[in-house]
Design a protein around this ligand. Structure first.
Ligand code: JHZ
Length: 410
Protein backbone atom coordinates (compact mmCIF):
# COMPACT_ATOMS: atom_id res chain seq x y z
CA UNK A 1 0.00 0.00 0.00
CA UNK A 2 2.90 2.39 0.64
CA UNK A 3 6.57 2.31 -0.11
CA UNK A 4 9.69 4.02 1.16
CA UNK A 5 11.53 5.64 -1.76
CA UNK A 6 15.13 4.58 -2.34
CA UNK A 7 16.24 7.56 -4.41
CA UNK A 8 15.26 11.12 -5.36
CA UNK A 9 11.98 11.22 -7.28
CA UNK A 10 13.55 13.54 -9.84
CA UNK A 11 17.28 13.00 -10.27
CA UNK A 12 17.64 9.54 -8.71
CA UNK A 13 20.38 10.55 -6.23
CA UNK A 14 20.46 8.22 -3.23
CA UNK A 15 21.26 10.71 -0.48
CA UNK A 16 18.13 12.32 0.93
CA UNK A 17 18.16 14.38 4.11
CA UNK A 18 15.03 14.11 6.25
CA UNK A 19 13.57 17.54 7.11
CA UNK A 20 10.31 16.95 8.93
CA UNK A 21 8.11 14.11 10.13
CA UNK A 22 4.44 14.74 10.81
CA UNK A 23 4.02 11.26 12.25
CA UNK A 24 1.42 8.92 10.80
CA UNK A 25 -1.70 10.48 9.28
CA UNK A 26 -4.69 9.19 7.33
CA UNK A 27 -5.09 10.09 3.66
CA UNK A 28 -6.12 13.73 3.64
CA UNK A 29 -8.98 13.40 1.14
CA UNK A 30 -10.25 10.03 2.39
CA UNK A 31 -13.35 11.48 4.02
CA UNK A 32 -15.23 8.91 6.06
CA UNK A 33 -18.85 7.96 5.29
CA UNK A 34 -21.21 7.86 8.28
CA UNK A 35 -21.81 4.13 7.67
CA UNK A 36 -18.09 3.41 8.05
CA UNK A 37 -17.44 5.27 11.29
CA UNK A 38 -16.99 2.01 13.17
CA UNK A 39 -14.25 0.84 10.81
CA UNK A 40 -10.58 1.70 11.35
CA UNK A 41 -8.82 3.68 8.61
CA UNK A 42 -5.26 3.29 7.41
CA UNK A 43 -2.59 5.74 8.60
CA UNK A 44 0.65 6.24 6.68
CA UNK A 45 3.96 7.87 7.66
CA UNK A 46 4.20 11.49 6.50
CA UNK A 47 7.78 12.65 6.23
CA UNK A 48 9.64 14.98 3.85
CA UNK A 49 13.27 15.07 2.79
CA UNK A 50 15.64 17.24 0.74
CA UNK A 51 17.77 16.07 -2.18
CA UNK A 52 21.11 17.88 -2.06
CA UNK A 53 21.77 16.88 -5.64
CA UNK A 54 18.80 18.58 -7.40
CA UNK A 55 17.22 20.55 -4.47
CA UNK A 56 13.87 18.74 -4.64
CA UNK A 57 11.90 18.51 -1.39
CA UNK A 58 9.83 15.33 -1.41
CA UNK A 59 7.85 12.76 0.55
CA UNK A 60 9.80 9.75 1.71
CA UNK A 61 6.82 7.41 1.37
CA UNK A 62 4.63 6.80 -1.65
CA UNK A 63 0.98 5.78 -1.41
CA UNK A 64 -0.21 4.42 -4.77
CA UNK A 65 -2.03 6.81 -7.07
CA UNK A 66 -4.95 4.39 -7.38
CA UNK A 67 -5.42 4.55 -3.60
CA UNK A 68 -5.21 8.33 -3.58
CA UNK A 69 -7.21 9.54 -6.54
CA UNK A 70 -9.85 7.25 -7.92
CA UNK A 71 -13.15 6.46 -6.22
CA UNK A 72 -14.73 9.02 -3.97
CA UNK A 73 -12.12 11.73 -4.53
CA UNK A 74 -14.01 14.67 -3.03
CA UNK A 75 -12.04 17.67 -4.30
CA UNK A 76 -13.96 19.80 -6.81
CA UNK A 77 -12.15 22.95 -7.92
CA UNK A 78 -15.32 24.90 -8.69
CA UNK A 79 -16.25 25.48 -5.05
CA UNK A 80 -13.96 28.49 -4.78
CA UNK A 81 -15.00 31.63 -6.66
CA UNK A 82 -11.44 32.97 -6.35
CA UNK A 83 -10.01 29.85 -8.00
CA UNK A 84 -12.55 29.93 -10.84
CA UNK A 85 -11.69 33.59 -11.44
CA UNK A 86 -7.95 32.79 -11.38
CA UNK A 87 -8.69 30.08 -14.00
CA UNK A 88 -10.71 32.43 -16.19
CA UNK A 89 -7.95 35.04 -16.29
CA UNK A 90 -5.37 32.35 -17.06
CA UNK A 91 -7.48 31.01 -19.96
CA UNK A 92 -8.27 34.39 -21.48
CA UNK A 93 -4.65 35.45 -21.38
CA UNK A 94 -3.52 32.20 -23.03
CA UNK A 95 -6.15 32.37 -25.77
CA UNK A 96 -4.81 35.79 -26.61
CA UNK A 97 -1.07 35.18 -26.22
CA UNK A 98 -1.02 31.83 -28.03
CA UNK A 99 -3.63 32.92 -30.60
CA UNK A 100 -5.80 29.90 -29.87
CA UNK A 101 -8.81 29.17 -32.03
CA UNK A 102 -10.91 26.40 -33.50
CA UNK A 103 -7.85 24.65 -34.99
CA UNK A 104 -5.98 24.54 -31.69
CA UNK A 105 -6.08 21.89 -28.98
CA UNK A 106 -5.81 22.57 -25.25
CA UNK A 107 -5.22 19.48 -23.10
CA UNK A 108 -5.49 19.72 -19.34
CA UNK A 109 -3.93 17.12 -17.06
CA UNK A 110 -5.93 16.68 -13.86
CA UNK A 111 -8.78 18.69 -15.32
CA UNK A 112 -11.00 17.99 -12.30
CA UNK A 113 -14.56 19.28 -12.85
CA UNK A 114 -13.65 21.34 -15.91
CA UNK A 115 -13.34 24.64 -14.01
CA UNK A 116 -10.44 25.75 -16.25
CA UNK A 117 -11.18 24.15 -19.64
CA UNK A 118 -14.67 25.55 -19.71
CA UNK A 119 -13.21 29.03 -20.29
CA UNK A 120 -11.45 27.80 -23.44
CA UNK A 121 -14.48 25.79 -24.64
CA UNK A 122 -16.67 28.87 -24.25
CA UNK A 123 -14.47 30.68 -26.78
CA UNK A 124 -14.67 27.79 -29.27
CA UNK A 125 -11.20 26.36 -28.55
CA UNK A 126 -11.21 22.52 -28.68
CA UNK A 127 -10.28 20.99 -25.33
CA UNK A 128 -9.54 17.61 -23.80
CA UNK A 129 -9.50 16.98 -20.06
CA UNK A 130 -7.68 14.05 -18.49
CA UNK A 131 -8.48 13.10 -14.90
CA UNK A 132 -8.66 9.78 -13.06
CA UNK A 133 -11.13 10.87 -10.37
CA UNK A 134 -14.61 9.55 -11.17
CA UNK A 135 -16.84 12.24 -9.60
CA UNK A 136 -15.00 15.36 -10.82
CA UNK A 137 -14.44 13.81 -14.31
CA UNK A 138 -18.17 13.05 -14.57
CA UNK A 139 -19.06 16.59 -13.51
CA UNK A 140 -16.80 17.92 -16.29
CA UNK A 141 -18.38 15.63 -18.89
CA UNK A 142 -21.84 16.70 -17.79
CA UNK A 143 -20.74 20.32 -18.27
CA UNK A 144 -19.79 19.47 -21.87
CA UNK A 145 -16.02 19.19 -21.36
CA UNK A 146 -14.66 16.06 -23.13
CA UNK A 147 -12.79 14.22 -20.41
CA UNK A 148 -10.75 11.05 -20.50
CA UNK A 149 -10.86 9.24 -17.18
CA UNK A 150 -7.23 8.22 -16.81
CA UNK A 151 -3.89 8.92 -15.20
CA UNK A 152 -1.65 10.88 -17.54
CA UNK A 153 1.78 9.42 -18.22
CA UNK A 154 4.24 8.85 -21.04
CA UNK A 155 2.22 5.91 -22.46
CA UNK A 156 -1.02 7.86 -22.56
CA UNK A 157 0.77 10.77 -24.24
CA UNK A 158 2.14 8.36 -26.87
CA UNK A 159 -1.40 6.97 -27.49
CA UNK A 160 -2.82 10.47 -27.96
CA UNK A 161 -0.04 11.40 -30.36
CA UNK A 162 -0.64 8.15 -32.29
CA UNK A 163 -4.29 9.23 -32.65
CA UNK A 164 -3.09 12.51 -34.14
CA UNK A 165 -3.68 14.57 -31.00
CA UNK A 166 -0.95 17.07 -30.19
CA UNK A 167 -1.49 20.02 -27.90
CA UNK A 168 -0.86 23.69 -28.55
CA UNK A 169 -1.29 24.20 -24.83
CA UNK A 170 -0.93 21.62 -22.05
CA UNK A 171 -2.30 22.77 -18.72
CA UNK A 172 -1.32 21.07 -15.49
CA UNK A 173 -2.38 22.86 -12.32
CA UNK A 174 -1.77 21.32 -8.93
CA UNK A 175 -0.87 17.94 -10.36
CA UNK A 176 2.91 17.90 -10.82
CA UNK A 177 3.31 17.38 -7.08
CA UNK A 178 0.76 14.56 -7.19
CA UNK A 179 2.44 12.16 -9.61
CA UNK A 180 4.60 9.39 -8.24
CA UNK A 181 6.44 9.01 -11.58
CA UNK A 182 7.54 12.59 -12.02
CA UNK A 183 9.89 11.89 -14.93
CA UNK A 184 7.31 9.84 -16.84
CA UNK A 185 4.77 12.64 -16.45
CA UNK A 186 7.14 15.36 -17.68
CA UNK A 187 8.33 13.17 -20.56
CA UNK A 188 4.64 12.73 -21.48
CA UNK A 189 4.17 16.50 -21.56
CA UNK A 190 7.15 16.78 -23.92
CA UNK A 191 5.62 14.15 -26.24
CA UNK A 192 2.18 15.70 -26.27
CA UNK A 193 3.28 19.28 -26.99
CA UNK A 194 3.38 20.64 -30.54
CA UNK A 195 6.89 21.95 -31.34
CA UNK A 196 5.60 25.52 -30.93
CA UNK A 197 3.40 24.59 -27.95
CA UNK A 198 3.56 25.66 -24.33
CA UNK A 199 2.85 23.81 -21.11
CA UNK A 200 1.47 26.08 -18.39
CA UNK A 201 1.89 24.44 -15.03
CA UNK A 202 1.00 25.62 -11.53
CA UNK A 203 2.44 24.16 -8.36
CA UNK A 204 2.73 25.40 -4.79
CA UNK A 205 6.12 27.07 -4.16
CA UNK A 206 8.33 25.41 -1.57
CA UNK A 207 9.71 28.77 -0.47
CA UNK A 208 6.22 29.89 0.61
CA UNK A 209 5.68 26.54 2.33
CA UNK A 210 8.84 26.91 4.39
CA UNK A 211 8.83 30.66 5.02
CA UNK A 212 5.14 30.82 5.97
CA UNK A 213 5.18 27.53 7.84
CA UNK A 214 2.42 26.04 5.63
CA UNK A 215 3.21 22.54 6.90
CA UNK A 216 -0.42 21.49 6.55
CA UNK A 217 -0.02 21.51 2.74
CA UNK A 218 2.12 18.41 3.25
CA UNK A 219 0.06 15.26 2.71
CA UNK A 220 0.37 11.98 0.84
CA UNK A 221 -1.09 13.40 -2.38
CA UNK A 222 1.79 15.87 -2.57
CA UNK A 223 4.88 13.84 -3.37
CA UNK A 224 7.01 16.89 -4.24
CA UNK A 225 7.48 20.51 -3.04
CA UNK A 226 9.12 22.49 -5.81
CA UNK A 227 11.72 25.20 -6.10
CA UNK A 228 12.51 26.77 -9.48
CA UNK A 229 15.99 25.27 -9.19
CA UNK A 230 14.59 21.74 -8.91
CA UNK A 231 12.05 22.36 -11.69
CA UNK A 232 14.55 23.75 -14.17
CA UNK A 233 16.64 20.60 -13.86
CA UNK A 234 13.59 18.34 -14.10
CA UNK A 235 12.39 19.90 -17.37
CA UNK A 236 15.89 20.10 -18.86
CA UNK A 237 16.29 16.35 -18.33
CA UNK A 238 13.42 15.88 -20.80
CA UNK A 239 14.63 18.39 -23.35
CA UNK A 240 12.17 21.03 -22.16
CA UNK A 241 12.93 24.66 -21.40
CA UNK A 242 11.52 26.43 -18.36
CA UNK A 243 11.02 29.68 -20.18
CA UNK A 244 9.11 31.86 -17.69
CA UNK A 245 8.05 31.84 -14.04
CA UNK A 246 5.28 33.83 -12.38
CA UNK A 247 4.11 33.83 -8.78
CA UNK A 248 0.48 33.90 -7.60
CA UNK A 249 -1.01 33.91 -4.09
CA UNK A 250 -3.34 30.90 -4.75
CA UNK A 251 -2.97 27.92 -2.42
CA UNK A 252 -0.66 29.82 -0.09
CA UNK A 253 1.75 30.84 -2.88
CA UNK A 254 2.12 29.08 -6.22
CA UNK A 255 4.45 29.18 -9.19
CA UNK A 256 3.08 29.36 -12.71
CA UNK A 257 5.61 27.82 -15.06
CA UNK A 258 5.77 28.24 -18.82
CA UNK A 259 7.56 25.28 -20.36
CA UNK A 260 8.45 24.97 -24.03
CA UNK A 261 10.21 22.59 -26.39
CA UNK A 262 12.37 25.38 -27.73
CA UNK A 263 13.67 28.82 -26.74
CA UNK A 264 15.55 30.26 -23.80
CA UNK A 265 14.69 31.02 -20.17
CA UNK A 266 13.69 34.66 -19.73
CA UNK A 267 14.75 37.07 -16.98
CA UNK A 268 12.11 35.77 -14.54
CA UNK A 269 13.71 32.31 -14.53
CA UNK A 270 17.19 33.75 -14.12
CA UNK A 271 15.86 35.96 -11.29
CA UNK A 272 14.29 33.06 -9.37
CA UNK A 273 17.39 30.90 -9.76
CA UNK A 274 19.64 33.67 -8.45
CA UNK A 275 17.26 34.44 -5.60
CA UNK A 276 16.98 30.81 -4.53
CA UNK A 277 20.76 30.43 -4.54
CA UNK A 278 21.12 33.61 -2.50
CA UNK A 279 18.48 32.57 0.04
CA UNK A 280 19.96 29.09 0.40
CA UNK A 281 17.05 27.00 -0.95
CA UNK A 282 19.62 24.89 -2.78
CA UNK A 283 21.16 23.56 0.44
CA UNK A 284 19.76 21.53 3.34
CA UNK A 285 20.52 24.27 5.89
CA UNK A 286 17.55 26.32 4.70
CA UNK A 287 15.16 23.58 5.79
CA UNK A 288 16.75 22.61 9.09
CA UNK A 289 14.77 24.80 11.48
CA UNK A 290 11.45 24.03 9.77
CA UNK A 291 10.61 21.09 12.05
CA UNK A 292 11.09 23.24 15.17
CA UNK A 293 8.92 26.01 13.74
CA UNK A 294 6.18 23.52 12.87
CA UNK A 295 6.31 22.11 16.40
CA UNK A 296 5.96 25.71 17.64
CA UNK A 297 2.72 26.16 15.66
CA UNK A 298 1.37 22.93 17.13
CA UNK A 299 2.18 24.03 20.66
CA UNK A 300 0.77 27.52 20.10
CA UNK A 301 -2.45 26.24 18.57
CA UNK A 302 -3.01 23.68 21.31
CA UNK A 303 -2.44 26.36 23.96
CA UNK A 304 -4.80 28.81 22.27
CA UNK A 305 -7.58 26.24 21.81
CA UNK A 306 -7.16 24.98 25.38
CA UNK A 307 -7.42 28.54 26.75
CA UNK A 308 -10.59 29.18 24.72
CA UNK A 309 -12.14 25.89 25.84
CA UNK A 310 -11.28 26.74 29.45
CA UNK A 311 -13.34 29.93 29.01
CA UNK A 312 -16.23 27.75 27.84
CA UNK A 313 -16.00 28.69 24.17
CA UNK A 314 -17.64 26.60 21.48
CA UNK A 315 -15.37 26.08 18.49
CA UNK A 316 -16.07 24.94 14.90
CA UNK A 317 -13.78 24.82 11.86
CA UNK A 318 -14.11 26.04 8.25
CA UNK A 319 -12.92 24.05 5.23
CA UNK A 320 -12.83 20.25 4.98
CA UNK A 321 -9.65 20.79 2.98
CA UNK A 322 -6.92 18.20 2.59
CA UNK A 323 -4.65 20.61 4.45
CA UNK A 324 -7.23 20.65 7.26
CA UNK A 325 -6.84 16.90 7.64
CA UNK A 326 -3.07 17.24 8.04
CA UNK A 327 -3.44 20.07 10.51
CA UNK A 328 -6.05 18.43 12.72
CA UNK A 329 -4.35 15.04 12.76
CA UNK A 330 -0.83 16.33 13.29
CA UNK A 331 -1.80 18.84 15.97
CA UNK A 332 -4.14 16.29 17.52
CA UNK A 333 -7.36 18.28 17.64
CA UNK A 334 -10.62 16.38 17.39
CA UNK A 335 -14.14 16.15 18.73
CA UNK A 336 -13.05 17.07 22.29
CA UNK A 337 -12.23 20.59 21.04
CA UNK A 338 -14.05 21.17 17.77
CA UNK A 339 -17.75 20.46 17.26
CA UNK A 340 -17.84 20.23 13.45
CA UNK A 341 -16.28 21.46 10.22
CA UNK A 342 -18.25 23.38 7.59
CA UNK A 343 -17.59 23.25 3.85
CA UNK A 344 -19.44 24.51 0.80
CA UNK A 345 -18.58 21.38 -1.21
CA UNK A 346 -21.78 19.31 -1.16
CA UNK A 347 -19.75 16.15 -1.88
CA UNK A 348 -18.01 16.61 1.48
CA UNK A 349 -21.04 17.49 3.59
CA UNK A 350 -22.40 14.60 5.65
CA UNK A 351 -19.02 12.88 5.69
CA UNK A 352 -16.29 13.04 8.37
CA UNK A 353 -12.75 14.36 8.41
CA UNK A 354 -10.30 11.44 8.25
CA UNK A 355 -8.63 10.38 11.47
CA UNK A 356 -10.16 12.94 13.81
CA UNK A 357 -13.67 12.09 12.53
CA UNK A 358 -15.17 15.57 12.76
CA UNK A 359 -18.54 15.81 10.96
CA UNK A 360 -18.76 18.08 7.90
CA UNK A 361 -21.74 20.42 7.61
CA UNK A 362 -23.06 23.22 5.40
CA UNK A 363 -21.48 26.65 6.15
CA UNK A 364 -24.96 28.06 6.86
CA UNK A 365 -24.68 26.27 10.19
CA UNK A 366 -22.23 28.90 11.47
CA UNK A 367 -24.87 31.59 11.44
CA UNK A 368 -27.63 29.43 12.87
CA UNK A 369 -25.49 27.74 15.54
CA UNK A 370 -23.15 30.69 16.33
CA UNK A 371 -20.07 28.93 17.70
CA UNK A 372 -17.78 31.45 19.43
CA UNK A 373 -14.75 30.64 17.27
CA UNK A 374 -14.06 29.07 13.89
CA UNK A 375 -10.67 27.57 13.11
CA UNK A 376 -9.99 28.51 9.49
CA UNK A 377 -8.54 25.34 7.98
CA UNK A 378 -8.86 26.73 4.41
CA UNK A 379 -6.73 29.79 5.34
CA UNK A 380 -5.65 30.09 1.68
CA UNK A 381 -9.16 31.35 0.89
CA UNK A 382 -9.32 33.66 3.91
CA UNK A 383 -10.48 36.73 1.96
CA UNK A 384 -13.27 34.88 0.16
CA UNK A 385 -14.46 33.04 3.28
CA UNK A 386 -14.32 36.03 5.62
CA UNK A 387 -16.32 38.13 3.16
CA UNK A 388 -18.88 35.34 2.79
CA UNK A 389 -19.12 34.94 6.58
CA UNK A 390 -19.59 38.63 7.25
CA UNK A 391 -22.98 38.13 8.94
CA UNK A 392 -21.55 35.49 11.30
CA UNK A 393 -18.63 37.77 12.15
CA UNK A 394 -20.91 40.76 12.70
CA UNK A 395 -22.93 38.59 15.06
CA UNK A 396 -19.74 38.20 17.17
CA UNK A 397 -18.14 35.09 15.65
CA UNK A 398 -14.36 35.07 15.51
CA UNK A 399 -11.99 33.30 13.12
CA UNK A 400 -8.71 31.69 14.16
CA UNK A 401 -5.99 31.41 11.51
CA UNK A 402 -3.53 28.58 12.30
CA UNK A 403 -0.48 29.51 10.15
CA UNK A 404 2.15 30.99 9.99
CA UNK A 405 1.31 31.31 13.68
CA UNK A 406 -2.02 30.79 15.42
CA UNK A 407 -3.91 34.05 15.64
CA UNK A 408 -7.47 35.17 16.43
CA UNK A 409 -8.66 37.66 13.82
CA UNK A 410 -10.17 40.82 15.25
P1 JHZ B 1 -8.47 23.91 -0.70
C1 JHZ B 1 -6.35 21.52 -2.76
O1 JHZ B 1 -6.03 21.17 -1.44
C2 JHZ B 1 -6.57 20.31 -3.61
P2 JHZ B 1 -6.99 21.42 -0.20
C3 JHZ B 1 -5.35 19.58 -3.98
N1 JHZ B 1 -5.04 18.56 -3.01
C4 JHZ B 1 -4.13 20.42 -4.07
O2 JHZ B 1 -3.15 19.99 -4.57
C5 JHZ B 1 -4.07 21.73 -3.40
O3 JHZ B 1 -5.35 22.33 -3.30
C6 JHZ B 1 -3.08 22.68 -3.98
C7 JHZ B 1 -13.99 24.79 0.74
N2 JHZ B 1 -14.47 26.15 0.57
O4 JHZ B 1 -8.78 24.11 -2.12
C8 JHZ B 1 -13.74 24.05 -0.54
C9 JHZ B 1 -15.67 26.50 1.17
O5 JHZ B 1 -16.30 25.68 1.81
O6 JHZ B 1 -7.83 25.01 0.01
C10 JHZ B 1 -12.67 23.06 -0.13
O7 JHZ B 1 -13.26 21.89 0.41
N3 JHZ B 1 -16.09 27.78 1.05
C11 JHZ B 1 -5.61 18.92 -5.30
O8 JHZ B 1 -8.08 20.42 -0.18
C12 JHZ B 1 -11.92 23.78 0.97
O9 JHZ B 1 -12.77 24.81 1.45
C13 JHZ B 1 -15.39 28.72 0.37
O10 JHZ B 1 -15.83 29.86 0.29
O11 JHZ B 1 -6.15 21.55 1.01
C14 JHZ B 1 -10.68 24.44 0.45
O12 JHZ B 1 -9.78 23.48 0.09
C15 JHZ B 1 -14.16 28.34 -0.23
C16 JHZ B 1 -13.34 29.34 -1.00
C17 JHZ B 1 -13.72 27.05 -0.11
O13 JHZ B 1 -7.51 22.82 -0.56
Amino acid sequence: MHQLIQACRSCGARELEAILSLGETPLADALVEAARLEEPEPFYPLEIAFCASCSLVQLLQTVSAETLFTQDYPYYSSFSDALVEHARLNAERLIDAERLGEHSLVVELASNDGYLLRHFAKQGVPVLGIDPAEGPARAAQEAGIPTLRAFFDRDLAACLVAEGKRADVVLANNVLAHVPDLNGFVAGIGLLLEPHGVAVIEAPYVRDLIDRCEFDTIYHEHHCYFSVTALRELFARHGLVLSRVEHYPVHGGSLRLFVRREGEPDETVRGYLADEAEHGLVAAGYYRDFAARVAGVKEGLLALLAALKAEGARIAAYGAAAKGATLLNYVGVGTETIDYVVDRNVHKQGRYMPGVRLPIADPARLLSDRPDYVLLLAWNFADEILAQQDAYRRAGGRFIVPVPEPKVLR
